[in-house]
Design a protein. Structure first.
Length: 375
């Protein structure tokens, strides 16, 4: 049976996520603001959960209907075939959001959705009370411009939680965003890759996973793994297919940082991710460290003034970095920053800029293309 699935993503990554899903041979992929939709069966859902690098989760859309009143919301949920997915013992918490709609109280809408879902399931199973003692079936609602969409979350923990980063330093970058930065740098493992502000190692680990074509979800569990409506054989089949698609090779990936504690965390995270043998970690000052070679790709997330340093200190860091890399013509540089005057302090206008969000912080990815050195 074919369903419609929604993949929410960080703003600015919609097009990249759409391309990811198309590369998985999934059907009817369409890109919208903040999300990408696709159609498919349970196997498509399993594949997307296991392989998505830049999407945040995979939601099964149960229905879409007008909801300008609580009664419309209640009746719309009551009409959904929830029993096809949620068993008698299923736990079905509710969360969601409202935007530009007559229904604007999220707690009230949560209560209505819960009441309608309970009534529907209770009537189907012939009980007046549901134990909610089994697996979790997270219901989500989105009400925009008086239209409600109801979803079932197949992922559980967000897809950025790959399972390798049990701990992090003070300024982690989300794994999905790190993967997107590597993707935008068009790095596929042939050139030298360097993150001079590697922190807990997220960017270099995501680069190694991309180079190996390793599915980022292989080491973790998903809510739908435990659902009786999803055949267990599909998970086994898709995991095997993902493993069979992996590459092997010698990659030159360097993560450096001036904080020994962060480097210790990075090494531990790389080991958990199964890529420790592909990455070299070194203690070094990014504004003084010699270039590892003549050509390569730098992808990094230097400290922001909002988080780790006073803004002026961050600006001085950008100045020092710009001076240090001024003649690194053979290196492509992809630097994310929330500093609006980054180019001024770095000393060079970017060849391209792309607006991205690191959590709730609006940033730009400043992209500097590699050029041949003058002779």
């Amino acid at each position: 049976m074919a369903y419609t699935f929604s993949v929410p993503c960080l703003f600015g990554l919609e097009g990249l996520v759409g391309k990811e899903l198309k590369r998985m041979d999934l059907e009817n992929v369409r890109v919208e603001n903040g999300r990408v939709l696709f159609d498919g069966d349970w196997q498509a859902m399993v594949r997307a959960n296991l392989r998505l690098r830049m999407g945040e989760r995979v939601l099964l859309r149960l229905g879409r209907f007008p909801a300008a009143s609580f009664e419309q919301l209640f009746q719309g949920v009551l009409a959904l075939p929830l029993e096809q997915f949620i068993p008698k013992t299923g736990i079905f918490p509710v969360k969601g959001h409202c935007l530009s709609s007559q229904l604007h109280s999220v707690p009230d809408c949560q209560a209505i959705v819960k009441k309608a879902a309970s009534q529907r399931l209770g009537q189907h199973y012939g009980v007046s009370w549901l134990p909610e003692s089994g697996e979790t079936y997270q219901l989500q609602f989105a009400i925009m411009q008086d239209v409600a969409e109801i979803f079932l979350d197949t992922s559980g923990a967000g897809l950025h939680k790959r399972g390798y980063r049990a701990v992090g330093n003070d300024a982690p970058i989300r794994e999905t965003l790190a993967a997107a930065m590597v993707e935008l740098a068009r790095w596929r493992g042939r050139d030298f890759f360097w993150d001079p502000f590697c922190g807990s190692g997220t960017i270099v680990i995501e680069a190694a996973l991309i180079a190996k074509n390793r599915a980022p979800g292989l080491q973790r569990d998903f809510s739908a793994t435990h659902w009786p409506c999803v055949p267990a054989a599909l998970w086994q089949q898709e995991r095997k297919a993902a493993l069979d698609a992996e590459f092997s090779g010698d990659y030159r990936i360097l993560g450096s940082d001036n904080d020994p504690a962060s480097l210790a965390i990075a090494r531990s995270n790389a080991k958990k991710a199964g890529v420790a043998g592909l990455i070299r970690f070194e203690e070094a000052d990014a504004t003084k460290a010699p270039l590892p070679c003549d050509r390569g790709v730098i992808v990094c997330n230097p400290p922001y003034g909002e988080r780790l340093m006073e803004q002026r200190s961050a600006q001085r860091l950008y100045q020092a970095l710009g001076r240090h890399l001024k003649y690194a013509d053979g290196w492509g540089k992809y630097i994310i920053s929330s500093e609006p005057e980054f180019e001024h302090y770095f000393g060079r206008r970017a060849d391209k800029k792309r607006k991205l969000y690191n959590g709730m912080i609006q940033c730009n990815l400043f992209q500097y293309q590699a050029t041949e050195k003058e002779k």
